[in-house]
Design a protein around this ligand. Structure first.
Ligand code: 5GP
Length: 362
């Protein structure tokens, strides 16, 4: 892990509420348990993290959302999640989250996102660049990963960009609202749209108008695709030609060929797939096939809190499981820069960071 921890990395598939720290979850659980709002032992059970099916994972998220969905907590977990990724030497993080409305506490999708952005502003252990312009962000003039601060000490820097997730439980109108919100928030680093949530719930066609509109407006799109073997949906998603897809676990022969021809980059989440039993064992994971076919791919955490992982761990797991060298893995990390949704300036700066790291490696 040590070597992977010191290497710069790019994280493209991380759900905010899945990346929450165990200690924070416990603390929040205790507080709500004392108020009688939840049963604390349910939260403890979450922390124990036995392997669980995908369906059980979505039940867990319902519980996590009870604990986290108020403005102050959303701000707190955003700050902590960014700090955790930065301490793992993630230099660019595309963080995704589902804007939530809760009338009972005066929360709108917009105010939820304002709380997320406040969390980015509150990060204290690292400089955060989260906006494409100077508005609202602490963008550094010096593009290097390590910047000198005014007192002469060196501080780290992380680029953060946001994806707004549409939950498969949502209606067409609610999905459209999320896309419109994403457009409003481009100034503060929203770069794209994700479709996620329980894959056995909802239908592709419900989300298509919102996704088409997002595309027309220039937002990038990533879809959770093939977590369950619904071949019709998988084909429809691939035909849509999203900029990236997540998982791609249950593709039959024809869809598999379509994916490879399309060259759509795949966000691979090894631990998540194994822990949810979507893939029975790591040695049968489709990472190997895609890697050998030189298909564009990136290693990601998915839900580092819920699945007890980190991006360094994912790199270490892939290295061991597929017998790749450090050089090959470094190249994989470096190539991920090609698939980010941020603008060309950021891509250039990330390439510099990796060029610098490559020199150190030699
Ligand atoms: P949030 O969007 O609330 O910040 O993060 C948690 C949400 O992300 C979950 O409720 C779910 O909609 C989505 N999510 C997290 N992990 C997964 C996953 O492995 N598969 C799918 N399809 N959705 C996920």
């Amino acid at each position: 892990i040590g070597w992977w921890a010191s290497m710069p990395k790019v994280e493209l598939h991380a759900h905010l509420n899945g990346s929450i720290r165990d200690s924070t979850l416990l603390e929040l659980g205790k507080a709500l348990g004392e108020k009688g709002i939840i049963v604390f032992s349910d939260v403890e059970h979450v922390i124990l993290k036995e392997d669980r099916s995908l369906t059980e994972v979505f039940k867990l998220f319902d519980l996590i959302h009870i604990l986290t969905t108020d403005h102050k907590t959303v701000t707190r977990i955003t700050k902590e999640v960014v700090e955790d990724f930065a301490s793992d030497n993630v230099v660019y993080l595309e963080l995704r989250t589902t804007p939530k409305r809760n009338d009972a506490i005066g929360m709108s999708k917009r105010s939820y996102m304002d709380a997320v952005i406040e969390g980015l502003r509150n990060v204290s252990t690292v400089d955060v660049d989260f906006a494409p312009t100077n508005i609202g962000s602490r963008r550094m003039v010096n593009p290097a990963h390590v910047n000198s601060t005014c007192n002469g000490t060196m501080t780290k820097k992380i680029y953060v960009r946001l994806l707004l997730s549409i939950d498969r439980r949502e209606t067409s109108a609610s999905a459209m609202e999320t896309v419109k919100l994403a457009l409003e928030l481009r100034d503060v680093g929203v770069v794209g749209i994700d479709l996620s949530g329980n894959p056995i719930v909802g239908e592709w066609k419900t989300f298509l108008p919102a996704l088409n509109f997002a595309r027309e407006q220039g937002l990038s799109i990533t879809l959770h695709c093939g977590e369950v073997p619904n071949q019709d949906e998988i084909h429809a998603m691939l035909d849509f030609l999203p900029e990236r897809i997540g998982h791609a676990c249950c593709l039959e022969e024809e869809a598999w060929e379509k994916l490879k021809t399309s060259k759509i980059p795949v966000e691979i989440c090894l631990t998540s797939n194994i822990r949810t039993n979507t893939i029975p064992a790591i040695d049968g994971h489709h990472f190997a096939d895609l890697y050998n076919a030189s298909h564009p791919l990136t290693l990601c955490t998915d839900d580092s809190g819920v699945f007890s992982t980190s991006l360094s761990k994912e790199y270490a797991i892939a290295t061991a499981a597929f017998g790749l060298s450090r050089g090959e893995m470094f190249k994989l990390a470096r190539n991920t820069v090609e698939f980010v949704f941020a603008d060309d300036d950021v891509v250039r700066e990330l390439k510099e960071i990796f060029a610098l790291a490559a020199k150190k490696l030699d």
